[in-house]
Design a protein around this ligand. Structure first.
Ligand code: SF4
Length: 396
């Protein structure tokens, strides 16, 4: 048995399938809904409602509170929402279908945090009111696997662009290839979306199949994801498409970095996530990615994406672990010392091309042991990163 094997999804009683509980209660929503707020989950649907990360809700000013060492997030992720939820069953994901008996969709944790549901019009009003003073650098519509997802993404995008200048606040699409056609990709581009991303998540076809395909009764296929990725490449053009990769689901460091290289060679970017055992997911019994593995892949990815280093210049041991980054030690020290390689990766914001707007505070780790830094690492952080980054050859 593979040691990264997900648990098997259980059987869902028919009366709890497809958001039946929320639809039967049919509570009308009023304003912002905070997950697990001791009231019945209202019957909320996109495009009228969207969900956003707790960090985005704090930044927007519709929730109060503070985040550890972060004054705000720079990316406003708008996640489509329906009582039926996402119809896929990805093993590492808190939104997956197998949770429908246990927790209503709008109450599920996703990348470690709660996602309040907010009326779309209220969200647009606040961002339009703030104009150029908005703290956000980018908006991202996050699709899920649902029959309404394509049409509602178009509606959200149209409503957004009618009020908010995309040159002030560009829009990314985190797509759901399973329900999409090339024409859907073209339509989103024509309507003004700036960047199109595909969450491959798995670094190899085998891991994809095991964690989000037939292995967990989920509808996704590696082939279809690549088809839409290649459509996006042609339609959105160089530097305007990318893929998500989760590191630590059983792939080698070489597997991950080879995929990063493939994406760069195609003209795109990779956005990386460190595997974290999401509570309630089918992989919540597995260990988070060891920090030294994560740091090596994070650094390798940054060098390939932004410093012109090729995966073929790097060296790997028999287990596929990085033993050399293919550049002189002094140059490597400079890149490490800059710290940007260890920040959250994603679509760019307004600061510089290699600093992501999408900072996802603590989306892949607890604040006590940060994987992706949602801010510029300071001297203490860099000391810790250097300790974590021991090269394999130095250990020998
Ligand atoms: S398609 Fe996306 S939202 Fe749905 S279960 Fe998979 S990773 Fe989660």
């Amino acid at each position: 048995m593979n040691c990264f094997e997900p648990r098997s999804p259980g059987v869902i009683p028919i009366e709890l399938k497809n958001g039946a509980r929320v639809k039967a209660n049919d509570v009308a929503p009023h304003g912002v809904y905070r997950p697990n707020y001791n009231i019945l989950t209202p019957n909320m649907r996109s495009p009228e409602y969207v969900q956003m990360s707790t960090a985005a809700a704090l930044t927007l000013g519709i929730m109060s509170g503070k985040m550890y060492r972060c004054e705000c997030t720079r990316c406003l992720n708008l996640l489509l929402t329906y009582p039926e939820g996402c119809r896929a069953n990805c093993a590492y994901c808190g939104l997956a279908r197998h949770r429908e008996a246990e927790r209503d969709y709008a109450d599920r944790n996703f990348i470690r945090v709660d996602w309040p549901a907010v009326p779309l019009d209220m969200t647009i009003d606040i961002v339009a009111r703030d104009g150029e003073k908005t703290p956000f650098h980018r908006m991202c519509i996050s699709m899920i696997t649902h029959p309404r997802s394509d049409e509602d993404t178009v509606t959200v995008l149209k409503k957004w662009i009618a009020r908010i200048d995309p040159s002030t606040l560009p829009v990314s699409i985190l797509s759901n290839p399973t329900t999409m056609t090339r024409a859907d990709v073209e339509r989103l581009h024509e309507l003004g979306a700036d960047i199109f991303t595909v969450a491959l998540d798995a670094a190899t076809p085998e891991i994809f199949e095991r964690t989000r395909g037939k292995g967990v009764q989920s509808p996704h296929s590696w082939k279809k994801y690549w088809e839409i990725l290649m459509d996006a490449r042609e339609i959105f053009g160089p530097q305007k498409f990318g893929a998500h990769i989760i590191v630590g689901m059983g792939e080698t460091e070489y597997d991950a970095l080879r995929l990063v290289q493939q994406l760069v060679d195609l003209g795109g970017h990779s956005h990386m996530f460190c595997f974290f055992p999401e509570k309630g997911s089918l992989m919540d019994h597995l260990p988070a990615t060891p920090r030294e593995q994560w740091r090596r892949v994070q650094l390798g990815r940054y060098l390939i994406d932004y410093k012109g280093v090729r995966v073929d210049d790097m060296t790997f041991d028999d287990s596929g672990r990085v033993t050399g980054f293919g550049i002189p030690q002094s140059e490597l020290e400079t890149v490490v010392g800059e710290g940007i390689a260890f920040r959250t990766s994603g679509c760019p914001g307004k600061f510089r091309d290699d600093v992501s707007a999408c900072d996802r505070p603590y989306g892949d780790s607890p604040p006590s042991n940060i994987a992706s830094y949602p801010f510029q690492p300071n001297k203490t952080d860099l000391r810790k990163i250097r300790r974590q980054l021991r090269l394999v050859e130095r250990k020998a």
